[in-house]
Design a protein around this ligand. Structure first.
Ligand code: SF4
Length: 443
C-alpha cells in the first residue's frame, strides 16, 4: 500500500486460475475435431447448456469467441478489413466482422495471442435474436461454411416474460434439440442436459451473489477485473467445475469485503458504465483509477451478463431471480428443464435488457444499478459497434442524470479500434471529473 492510499488492496488470488480456465477451454474447442469430439457454437444470450445432452462435445459461446478476437486489435483489424474488402460496410457489427473475418482467413487467435490455423468451424450453431442482427451474424457465418444452424426468435423478455413467451421459447429450444440430433447424428441424453442446466443456473446464481458483494465500499472488484471472471460462466456454465470456481470466487470476494480490501486503493468516485466495453482500449479503466481514483463498480452489461435478475415486487430493487430448483419448478424431464431454463434466462440475463421490446426498462435498470451500487457518477458507452446496445443509452443517461447522479455518454466501439479516439475520450473524462470536483491524484 503506497503512503497516500486510502484502502488496502491485493491482487485476486484466483487471477491465474481464471486465465488458465479460459486458455484450457479455447484449446479444447479448437482441438475438438482432432480429439474426436463435436463442436457447438452458440450465442450465450440463450443458455449454451442446451447442448450438454450431446456426449463428447465442446461448446463455445460466440460472444466470448468474438471478444477475444476484438481484444487483439491487430488480428481483429485484419478480420474486419477482409470483411470490408468483400463489401461489408464499416458501420456493421464489430463482433460479426471479427468472426466472419476469422472464417474468411481460416485462422483464429488464442487467449494468449497465438495465431492458429482453422477458425473453429462448428458442427452445429445457434443464435438468438436479441436484435435481428444477432441472427444475421450466424446466418452469414453458417451459410458461408455450410454449418447447420437454428436461429431463435426473442420477441420480448423481462418484464414481459409471461407464460406465452416461455411456451414460445420452450418450443423453440425443444425443436432446436431435435434439429441438432438430426444434424450431428448423435442422440441427446436428457440426464446430461438436466445436470448441465442445473449447474448453469447455480453458477449464474453465484455470480449474482458476487455482484451484490460489490455494492460494498470500497468495491472489492472493478469492472475490468470482472471481465476476466465472467469467462467461466460464458464459456462452460454447465460444467460442475465452473460452479465450484464461482463458489471459490464468491468466498474470495466475501473475504475482501470483510477485510476492507479494495480493487482501487484510492477509491474516491464510484462509476457505472452500461454496455460492452471498447475491448481494444481497456487501458481506459486504468486511466480512470490512476488519475482519479475512479472505480467502475458495474454496469447492466457485466452484472446481468452471467447472472439473472428481476425487480423486487416488480418495481422495487434489483434482486437475483430465484433459482427454479428453489421455487419448486420441476426439472426432471427434458421439457421441464427447457422450460425452467427459458424462464430463468428470460429475466434480466445476458443481454436481454437490450432487447428492443424492453428498451423502456433498460433505463430503469441502469438507474437501479447506479443507486444500489452507490455510484457517484455514470459514464455510459455509446457503443457504435453494437447498435442494439447503443439503443436506449441516451435515455439511460437521462434517467441517471435526472436522479441527481452526474452521467455522460462517451462514444466508442467494442471491436473497431478506428472508432476509438483515446485522446478525446480521456479529455471528456477529465472535463467530467473536473466539473464534478473530483481531485486529480497525479497533479
Ligand atoms: S450489433 Fe450487437 S446485437 Fe447486432 S449482431 Fe452485433 S453484437 Fe449482436
Amino acid at each position: 500500500m503506497s503512503a497516500q492510499a486510502k484502502y488496502k488492496t491485493e491482487p485476486m488470488k484466483l487471477w491465474n486460475k481464471v486465465k488458465e480456465f479460459k486458455t484450457k477451454h479455447f484449446t479444447e474447442y479448437h482441438n475438438a475435431h482432432k480429439d474426436g469430439r463435436l463442436r457447438f457454437l452458440g450465442s450465450t444470450a440463450l443458455s449454451i447448456s442446451q447442448y450438454t445432452g450431446f456426449e463428447n462435445s465442446v461448446i463455445m459461446g460466440s460472444e466470448p469467441f468474438a471478444a477475444n478476437i476484438a481484444f487483439y486489435k491487430d488480428f481483429g483489424m485484419k478480420a474486419m478489413e477482409i470483411c470490408e474488402k468483400k463489401g461489408m460496410t464499416r458501420e456493421l457489427c464489430g463482433y460479426s466482422k471479427c468472426v466472419w473475418g476469422a472464417e474468411f482467413m481460416d485462422k483464429n487467435i488464442m487467449p494468449d495471442g497465438t495465431i492458429i490455423d482453422g477458425w473453429g468451424k462448428p458442427d452445429f450453431a445457434s443464435a438468438f435474436s436479441l436484435a435481428p442482427c444477432h441472427c444475421k451474424w450466424f446466418q452469414i457465418l453458417c451459410e458461408n461454411a455450410g454449418v447447420p444452424m437454428y436461429l431463435y426468435d426473442l420477441p420480448k423478455a423481462y418484464p414481459y416474460n409471461d407464460e406465452n413467451l416461455i411456451n414460445y421459447m420452450t418450443g423453440q429450444m425443444m425443436a432446436n434439440i431435435e434439429e441438432c440430433e438430426k444434424a450431428v447424428g448423435q442422440p441427446f441424453i436428457d440426464e446430461l442436459f438436466i445436470e448441465g442446466a442445473k449447474n448453469e443456473i447455480k453458477a449464474y446464481d453465484m455470480w449474482t451473489q458476487i455482484m451484490v458483494l460489490n455494492q460494498a465500499v470500497p468495491a472489492p472488484l472493478d469492472e475490468k477485473t470482472m471481465f476476466s471472471f465472467i469467462v467461466p460462466n460464458l464459456t462452460r456454465p454447465y460444467d460442475p467445475e465452473t460452479y465450484a470456481f464461482m463458489k471459490e470466487l464468491r468466498d474470495e470476494v466475501q473475504d475482501r469485503v470483510d477485510r476492507g480490501i479494495a480493487a482501487v486503493a484510492n477509491e474516491q468516485f464510484r462509476v457505472i458504465t452500461d454496455a460492452i466495453p471498447p475491448w481494444p482500449a481497456l487501458e481506459l479503466y486504468r486511466y480512470l483509477e490512476k488519475e482519479y481514483g475512479a472505480v467502475v463498480v458495474g454496469s447492466p452489461y457485466v452484472i446481468c451478463l452471467c447472472g439473472s435478475w428481476k425487480f423486487e415486487n416488480d418495481e422495487g430493487d434489483l434482486i437475483p431471480t430465484p433459482m427454479p430448483m428453489d421455487i419448486g419448478m420441476p426439472m426432471t424431464t427434458r421439457e421441464e428443464t427447457v422450460r425452467a431454463l427459458c424462464w430463468y434466462r428470460s429475466h434480466f440475463s445476458t443481454e436481454t435488457p437490450y432487447n428492443i421490446a424492453c428498451g423502456e426498462v433498460l433505463h430503469e435498470l441502469t438507474l437501479k444499478i447506479a443507486k444500489q451500487w452507490k455510484a457517484d457518477g455514470g459514464m455510459l458507452h455509446q457503443n457504435i459497434g453494437c447498435t442494439m446496445q447503443a439503443l436506449g443509452s441516451l435515455e439511460s443517461r437521462n434517467a441517471v442524470a435526472a436522479a441527481g447522479i452526474p452521467c455522460i455518454n462517451f462514444e466508442g466501439n467494442d471491436a473497431d479500434v478506428r472508432d476509438i479516439d483515446m485522446t478525446n475520450m480521456k479529455r471528456k473524462f477529465d472535463i467530467f471529473f473536473e466539473a464534478n470536483g473530483v481531485k486529480r491524484l497525479t497533479k
